[in-house]
Design a protein around this ligand. Structure first.
Ligand code: GLA
Length: 394
């Protein structure tokens, strides 16, 4: 269906056939645990999902770049010559992610020696599941392939992260781009953000599945709050560094943190740092419990992470707290927490497989009653990362 839609629009807008076109896909992601610690040098535990961004493109013989998004349905956006500008265009918001990614790939020294025509379409539900990283990565993957750039995977993740950091001024870590690129079916990725070493961990939850529900809340302050949290963590680290030598907060165990915490002058910064250090410990413990088939401990860490995000990191929202609490009140849901950046976005819940329909009906109904917001719950299991889909095209 998606392929047909893309192909039909491509032919209508850009040419008679798609013989010399290539087809690419990059997923979104869900983070199981390890929230807000990628930029603190800690471990995260995300996985790629089956929904994401599909892209169809072909090289041109001239310098023009033509972009079209099926999600926007406006006329194609056309650059008359190869584009090189990291400024965000306030009048054409949708075009900024592809544009900025093209710019950052070129800035990293890769040669894009002709124009191209591309169409893309994304089916990630709502915000908070890395739809932006999904666009960045699918664009980078396409450039890498069309122009034989040989961008390594980790390098690609860093370039796509720089789109957020440099072009959007969002001081995000690397979790989203990394998981979109390195996703693996049936596995979550345990990633050490201090050195980008990683391992895959099979996510076998027995009779349970992960259900993701969107709050459909887009907090306008999310980006400034995010940068504020990063700043508070940096302040805490600077205070601690007067007495211990640390590269990042996640080097401390909770016990060590306890003995040094009073060197952090500001109480709010202390609270943020406490969350970070404990979240790092929980994430490592969550991996260990999965490996040991200790499901009970695993869900305890997931729930504790959610609680910390609400009370200590204060990264949730009234609607998110409601969705989590409501989920946990059902006997067939054993764990729930927000996932992603926060102040809106999605929650995850671990729900008995044969009760998912009931879960969705009850949760969506009570959410609508309480906030008058419609939502949907999606089962989103682990899928493969970004890839070329040419074999599916013809
Ligand atoms: C956003 C950022 C990530 C990460 C999460 C919170 O998704 O892009 O780098 O910090 O928030 O864990």
């Amino acid at each position: 269906m998606i392929k047909e839609k893309l192909v039909n629009s491509y032919v209508r807008l850009f040419g008679k056939n798609i013989n010399d076109c290539h087809f690419y896909f990059a997923p979104g992601r869900v983070n199981l645990i390890g929230e807000h610690i990628d930029y603190n040098g800690g471990h995260v535990f995300p996985y790629a999902i089956s929904k994401g961004t599909y892209l169809l493109a072909r090289k041109r013989s001239d310098d023009r770049i033509r972009l079209f998004s099926l999600n926007i349905k406006r006329d194609p956006f056309i650059y008359e010559s190869l584009y090189y500008d990291e400024k965000i265009d306030p009048n054409n918001k949708w075009v900024n992610y592809p544009k900025s990614t093209i710019t950052m790939v070129r800035k990293a020294g890769y040669k894009i020696n002709s124009g191209f025509d591309l169409i893309y379409y994304g089916n990630i539900p709502g915000s908070g599941l890395s739809s932006s990283a999904s666009i960045e990565v699918v664009i980078a993957l396409m450039l890498d392939d069309l122009f034989n750039l040989n961008i390594g995977k980790k390098e690609m993740a860093k370039i796509c992260q720089s789109v957020e950091n440099v072009c959007y001024g969002l001081k995000t870590g690397i979790m989203d781009q990394f998981s979109v690129i390195f996703g693996k079916k049936d596995n979550a990725i345990f990633l050490d953000c201090s050195n980008l070493e990683y391992e895959y961990a099979p996510l076998n939850l027995g009779k349970y599945k992960i259900v993701v529900t969107n709050s459909n809340l887009r907090h306008t302050l999310a980006s400034s709050k995010y940068n504020e949290r990063k700043q508070q963590c940096e302040e805490a680290l600077a205070d601690l560094n007067k007495v211990v030598k640390l590269n990042n907060l996640c080097e401390l165990t909770p016990e060590q943190f306890n003995s040094y915490k009073d060197y952090i002058k500001d109480d709010t910064c202390k609270k943020r740092a406490k969350f970070v250090v404990e979240e790092e410990a929980r994430t490592k413990a969550a991996l260990a419990s999965l490996k040991a088939n200790d499901f009970d401990s695993f869900i305890t860490y997931i729930n504790a992470s959610g609680k910390g995000l609400k009370d200590e990191y204060e990264a949730t929202a009234e609607q998110i707290d409601y969705l989590v609490e409501e989920s946990l009140s059902y006997p067939f849901c054993v764990a729930s927490r927000m996932t992603g950046g926060g102040w809106g976005g999605n929650i995850i819940a671990i729900v008995e497989s044969d009760k998912i329909k009931e879960y969705e009906e009850r949760l969506c109904y009570s959410y609508k009653m309480k906030f008058d917001i419609d939502t949907k719950a999606n089962v989103l299991s682990c899928a493969d990362g970004a890839r070329k889909l040419d074999n599916d095209l013809f």
